[in-house]
Write a protein of this length. Sequence first.
Lengths: 243, 742
Amino acid sequence: MKFAVVVFPGSNSDHDAYYAAQHVLGQHAEYIWHKDTSLKGADAVILPGGFAHGDYLRTGAIARFSPIMAEVQTFAEAGGPVLGICNGFQILLEAGMLPGAMLRNRSVKFVCQHVLVKVEQTDTPFTNACRPGHVLKIPIAHGEGNYYAEPDVIARLERNRQVIFRYTNAEGVPTDAANPNGSVANIAGLCNEGRNVVGLMPHPERACELAIGSADGLVVFESALQAVVNGVGGHFSRTAVAR
Amino acid sequence: MTSDPISHGLTPEEYQRIVDALKREPTLTELGIFSVMWSEHCSYKSSRVHLKTLPTTGPRVLQGPGENAGAVDIGDGLAAVFKIESHNHPSFIEPYQGAATGVGGIIRDIFTMGARPIALLNSLRFGPLEDSLVRRTFSGVVAGIAGYGNSIGIPTVGGEVAFDESYSGNPLVNVFCLGIAAHQDIIKGVASGAGNPVYYVGAKTGRDGIHGATMASAEFDEKSAEKRPAVQVGDPFMEKLLLEACLEVMKTDALVGIQDMGAAGLTCSTCEMGSRGGAGVDIDVSLVPQRETGMTPYEIMLSESQERMLMVVKRGREAEVERIFEKWDLHAVRVGEVTTDGKLRVRNHGEVVAEIPNRSLTDDAPLYRRPMSEPAYIAEAQQLSLASLGKPAAPADVFMRLLASPTIASKRWVYRQYDHMVRTNTLVMPGMGAGVVRVKGTRRALAMSVDCNGRFVYLDPFAGAQLAVAEASRNVACAGGMPVGATNCLNFGNPEKPEIMWQFARAVEGMGAACRALDIPITGGNVSLYNETDGRAVLPTPVLGVVGLIDDAEKVVRRAFRADGDVIVLLGETCDELGGSEYLKVMHGLVRGVPPALDLKREAALQRLLVEATTSGLIKSAQDCSEGGFAVTLAECCIETGLGALVDVPAVAAGAGFGDISTLFAESASRVVVSVAPGREAELLSLAAHAQLPARRIGLVAGNRVRIAIDGRTVIDVPLAAVDRTWGTAIERYFEPARAIA
């Protein structure tokens, strides 16, 4: 399969997403410049982490106007799998492809560390290879990852099972101590109603090999492969995976 | 700005020298250009005669001092390009921007060489955290380093932070950056080929940072806050674009040379590039993109606005280069061309406003052999009478006090703010000791460490500098890295004082001797003088950054114990050496005595053994003993993996009832706590015996306590949880008092 890794000016985890897809997963990956208007036949799109356009305004606020984003929207509306990681998640929020917004971390500081996140739902193209309730050790690295949405939005997300990742302790319990940034309901990642667009603050691409501290994030890429090749999970087989 | 030489920081003699070089009075613009190029910061006029004595060559050295950064061969046709630089003065005046632009400057030095930066480290010094002004400086500096490095996507993988009163009014912010380049892609800061166009790229020029280099060449006093306009403002996004665009342009081979505009901005880059290439450079400042109106040629030439580069492009390749910068939405403006006359010629709308031989600004800048004399304090401070200290406190109490000392305590509060994992190469997380990154596309990894104990250097500059070299290279060797090169950042007080100059000269001698003995070439670095406030100098702090090569990334050794039942071995020997120790400072408020003795032959043998026994897989963990001595090191080995230790060590003979204290907290050199699988200690002990290194099996990795006995008598027995709490949160507690109470 082929991953498109969108490169915005200021993206800095583009290399890491590319490396995970191309060298660790062993699939194809291609960088797509933000001024491009074609995804060049990719099967899945990754909006990588970084500081697109410097993030001097709200994070992701300018990136959503990049020419490639119209194409990403069209791709997503057709059911194509789109993964936004960290800054990519922030861009998806600004683009209205996912609901809610990011506030500064409650510590008011940038935080880089490994955290534990529980996979809440496995019927998305980025979690279908996970066990339900699977707790993954994946790093975060952000200053604005404090997810916020109005209570009615949160209620709707929960009702629709759109919360995909949650910060928890090792037992999978979403405690306050396990919440590294103050996110509402310990939300670390979510999906759209179509379940094919997923955004998360932790960096699975930084956790694909034990040598660098964890290989737990690889399952996110393996899920995408499974979804595309076998048509398992999310939009590609409208039937939910056995859970 | 007046045309008065004194207000430009020049002496009457220096002014006369300018008149002689030009054979006429300088214009105001020329005076400004001379004043920054002849400042201590740019000319190294006080330090050069000493720096020349350092070892700078070796079979692996591809680029020694004199370029934007040094480079060493790391195999596979690749080079490690690295350098360390200070941003002390700006960081005191404006902590966030001062530190941020320090990071920006060193990153530019690395990618200017054609290397992709892959790791940052930093060496920081502050006053005591009890002082609210220090806390503000400390948190501002850390946030500034984080703000810049994180945005640009280069991981900060290690470093050191220490605290001492001498740094209260003059913090030290030294930043190290390392990049990787293919040998053939290394590009230099030269201007050559008459008629080749000179390009200005990057951010527009403003009035920020004018005379920054001059500011960094004077002491601080109560008026220093007024110098804030001399501090630049960083834009990491612009730098990220510049980085990517420059690396893309370098792939085309359309460049002759490139240099970043750091200290002394356009002035320094034009005359240095011209001087290196034996050519002249002719530019028109009216073509320079400006973000303010009405800027004079003087201001444009002296501005230190950030994120700017100067390039010489091969004639005929201009369009290719311009296209790449356009893609990244950057200005690439032709501002002049290379000439044959060896002069820096500056025009404004065509009219010549400065015309100076390049060499007079660079190679022919003043050179001083400043007077030196041994400071009076040394003989007195080296006297240490343990008997006068009274009965020492109980070892367990000292142990907990030391763990809570900010210099020893966990730096998690700091490194958690740095993105240390981006680029997915970080094999050893920050915390202590060396940072280690793998080199993608090869089997190799690089270990890096920056170290210096300023107290040792204060008490004996020669010995202290040697100990800094030994510690930095030992840290690298502990991870399995063979030291292949080093870079230094020499932070001292006012060189016009003979005592300071003596400290400097002795430290450089010591550093050179140690690097020669350990076979580590110094490929470049930086000197920061005038680190004084109101006449009081910082502890002399010659920081050394060492790069070590690990042939097999899978063999990297980490500092923490790995498994219950593993055998703990102490390599090296503890002696009655409390001089300059953290113990004396924390428990008695003293900086006294002589630093620990260092046998460079033994140190070299120890480092060879470490590399050999990590490569073979014999050693499972290794952590060097430094501040706080053996007991603190043992605790550090336990904390990360939560594995306890049960050890028994022989007593050190020391007078005045200080035997236990010395055994546990002396900072004797050339010691490492290692662990091996059960049954394999004999192998290690025999290797050590063969290398004539003292080594001893001292106990086991076991339980969840740190338990240390001396000759069978338990002196420390503390639950690991308590150790972790004290050590892990000591710095945080200065910032979150409410949480500490709860």
